[in-house]
Design a protein around this ligand. Structure first.
Ligand code: FAD
Length: 321
């Protein structure tokens, strides 16, 4: 049955995050030929919101208010609920990002709806729409169907392929009036801890360092490799706990969950809590001087050696490509 599906577009640094387009692909499956509505919240976001047409949105809305410039649970919940009340979508798709993880349960609770979070795949079996999501820290996958209420899901970035961009698809962006009031939280300042460049959760290539890097300076060869590859730099909790890098780089059960095309683990032993955050990467390369290290059990390619020898050599080779 054709359904109207609302997709929340996320803006970062003046651009829509790729997960917003992946969410349109998910919405296409869920809508079964119904209408896909893109929604972007923020301040002066109309131009950027129009991008959603190029990936297949049928209608694009913007909720603009100075209180939506920076994400707060409070303001975004108010805006989303007003749009949902006006549009009554039968499906809702958010990215499973920091924002989506925070906002989706609130909206689901207010709608008294279920929520299937962190999905990595969608399949329309003809009778049912089946959602796949990892459980037990990525050790298993479960399949879910929604039998009642709206189809509300969050999608894990980098798992559902975004529709191909088509620049000839265009449309008008409609401003919706939202009233944001009685805010309990206001963001005064954002202090970025992550390094410049590629966003870890959406990166296609990640170079990650563990306790084996031995110091903050020990990350330098990894930074150089990352620069050549256009990669983001991540870390194990071991490296973060040892104060070699900031916790914003932590990947794993209590850090970020990533699914890049290529994950290069340098001096990381492969503890289960680390694997929980990266084992679904498409290709895993491990560099470790211990041939028995657990990381080799999930690696597609393993290099037994000292990372301080191996990583600079890789950098030199990649520079030639
Ligand atoms: P280590 O286990 O010390 O491994 C270092 C590795 O570097 C070794 O394998 C060693 O052989 C290798 N090495 C050393 N020198 C070199 C060299 N010169 N060249 C090549 N290899 C070298 N961990 C996470 O990562 N993310 C999480 O989110 C997370 N959440 C956790 C949650 C809980 C509740 C708990 C209890 C733990 C969690 N941990 C997490 C910690 C986890 O259990 C491990 O302690 C941690 O992942 C180990 O980090 P590491 O692999 O960098 O260090």
């Amino acid at each position: 049955m054709a359904k109207k599906v609302l997709v929340l577009g996320e803006v970062r640094d003046g651009e829509l995050r790729n997960v917003s387009f992946e969410a349109i692909a998910a919405a296409k499956e869920i809508s079964e030929g119904g209408e896909i509505i893109g929604l972007v919240c923020g301040e002066a976001v109309s131009d950027v919101a129009g991008e959603m047409y190029k990936y297949g949105a049928d209608r694009v809305l913007v909720a603009e208010d100075e209180n939506l410039k920076t994400y707060t649970s409070d303001a975004y919940t108010q805006a989303l609920m007003q749009v949902i009340d006006a549009e009554s979508p039968e499906g809702i798709v958010f990215g499973h990002t920091a924002l989506g993880k925070d906002l989706s349960p609130r909206i689901a609770a207010k709608l008294q709806s279920g929520l299937v979070s962190d999905i990595t795949g969608i399949e329309n079996t003809g009778g049912n729409i089946v959602f796949t999501r990892p459980i037990y820290s990525g050790k298993a996958f479960e399949k879910k169907i929604i039998t009642d209420g709206s189809m509300f899901v969050t999608i894990r970035p980098n798992n559902i392929e975004a529709p191909e961009r088509n620049d000839s698809l265009q449309g008008d962006v409609t401003k919706v009036d939202v009233t944001i009031k009685d805010l309990r939280t206001i963001v005064k300042e954002i202090i970025r801890k992550t390094t410049d460049g590629v966003d870890l959760s959406e990166a296609k290539v990640i170079v990650a360092g563990g306790r084996g890097v031995k110091s903050t300076d020990g990350f330098e060869p990894l930074n150089e490799l990352a620069e050549v590859l256009g990669a983001a730099v991540g870390a194990s909790r071991g490296a973060c706990d040892a104060d070699y890098c900031d916790y914003s780089l932590q990947i794993g059960q209590t850090g970020k969950v990533v699914t890049p095309d290529l994950y290069i683990a340098c001096g990381i032993s492969g503890a289960i809590q680390h694997l929980a955050g990266m084992s679904n990467s498409k290709i895993i390369v491990a560099i470790n001087k211990d041939p028995e290290a657990n990381i080799f059990n999930i690696a597609d390619y393993g290099i037994v050696g000292d990372l301080f020898d191996v990583v600079p050599k890789l950098t030199e080779e990649f520079k030639k490509v």
